[in-house]
Design a protein around this ligand. Structure first.
Ligand SMILES: Cc1ncc(COP(=O)(O)O)c(C=O)c1O
Length: 369
């Protein structure tokens, strides 16, 4: 096995002259705060996904908060959220004053287990927040059926899911609203950045007002609502415009990286790939596996200059939520995937020979066991 002295990164953005060209437009315009390039970025996201309304925000977390607020979620309300997600999904609920209620996830897709939602609904429940995790989609049609029956809102956390299709359609279009994050480690990035997507003009307008100090337009000092400042900048949008142009190539490359890992590694005993829901066309933001030897494998890879990434710690195990959790609830699936999940180097720029090295190292690790 050929050794390497440089570190093979788990993820890194593809940034080059294309971003500089767009950033130059910002410098030339002297408009640094949200302006024409942001409109252009929003339109590109709308055209790509099929969303009628796209409102850019400073990041995915502010998009989530603004979305929940626009749906009228607040103190006294409960929102059902999958237990296996990044903390931002839950913290946005808490920030509105509502209570998050944790739901176990599906063992195959790691998205919210739709069969466990109904048991969590109380008279305080106002919304369900499916999260499309690690490039897969939750079963939103099933969630919408439950929501209709109980008169609940649905807000999709599609922070990680640009490009992900379900039943042939981009995620995030069938519910009340959805959000996407463009944080530095996402499929495409603005450094920081987010959007709210919705088919409803009324919701889009509410989100816009909330992120713009309670005004429907800039340049006035009359504020109809109490709002805040969750604006994106033209620099972020410029990077986003360039990244939108690269998105199809990034998705294709990530699929190829995933396919190669699968071909080479899926038959190793004790190294289990993530299963894909047949209705979903995922985007392999990360390629991930489950193994009971996760800690040893992670260390072995690190000692061979290969970065890997653990899975998210589920909400019920987070120190910050202790005291907020129903003591009788148990989450064996989230716990297992947290303990066993490992994401492999999955960057667009991963060289073929570096992927060969990663694959050889993993094979060598399991051979010595
Ligand atoms: C599932 C999920 N929700 C929300 C967020 C928050 O997005 P941001 O980092 O852009 O605030 C993230 C981000 O990493 C995420 O993975």
């Amino acid at each position: 096995m050929k050794t390497t002295n440089k570190t093979i990164t788990q993820i890194e953005p593809w940034i080059d002259n294309a971003e500089l060209v767009q950033l130059k437009r910002v410098i030339d315009s002297t408009f640094l705060t949200e302006h024409k390039l942001t409109k252009e970025f929003e339109q590109l996201v709308a055209d790509y996904t099929g969303a009628k309304h796209v409102v850019a925000t400073s990041n995915g977390s502010t998009a989530l908060y603004a979305g929940l607020f626009a749906l009228g979620i607040g103190p006294g309300d409960e929102v059902i959220v999958p237990n296996f997600t990044f903390v931002a999904s839950c913290n946005a609920i808490i920030l509105t004053g509502a209570k998050p209620v944790f739901c176990e996830v599906d063992a195959k897709t790691f998205c919210i287990d739709v069969d466990k939602i109904e048991a969590l609904i109380t008279e305080k429940t106002k919304a369900i927040m499916p999260v499309h995790i690690y490039g897969q989609s939750a079963d939103v049609p099933a969630i919408l059926k439950i929501a209709k029956q109980y008169n609940l809102k649905v807000i999709e956390d599609a922070a990680q899911a640009i490009g992900v299709l379900y039943d042939g359609e981009h995620v995030g279009l069938k519910s009340d609203l959805s959000i996407i994050s463009f944080y530095g480690n996402k499929t495409i990035t603005c450094g920081e950045g987010g959007v709210v997507m919705t088919q409803s003009k009324e919701i889009a307008d509410k989100v816009y007002r909330l992120k713009n100090h309670g005004r429907p337009k800039r340049g006035t000092f009359i504020h109809e609502d109490i709002g805040y400042n969750f604006s994106i900048t033209e620099m972020q949008s410029a990077v986003g415009i360039a990244q939108m142009g690269k998105l199809p190539a990034i998705i294709e490359r990530k699929q190829a990286i995933h396919d190669r890992y699968m071909n080479e590694l899926q038959n190793i005993e004790g190294f289990v790939p993530v299963e894909i829901d047949k209705r979903c066309k995922p985007v392999f933001w990360f390629t991930s596996f489950l193994t009971a030897q996760r800690e040893e494998l992670e260390l072995y890879l690190r000692n061979h200059n290969i970065q890997s990434r653990k899975f998210f710690c589920p909400l019920h195990l987070q120190p910050c939520y202790q005291g907020m959790i129903d003591e009788t609830a148990s989450f064996p699936i989230s716990t297992k995937i947290y303990e066993q999940g490992i994401s492999l180097p999955s960057a667009y720029n991963l060289k073929d020979e570096d992927q060969t090295y990663v694959i050889e190292c993993i094979k060598a690790f399991f051979k010595q066991k």
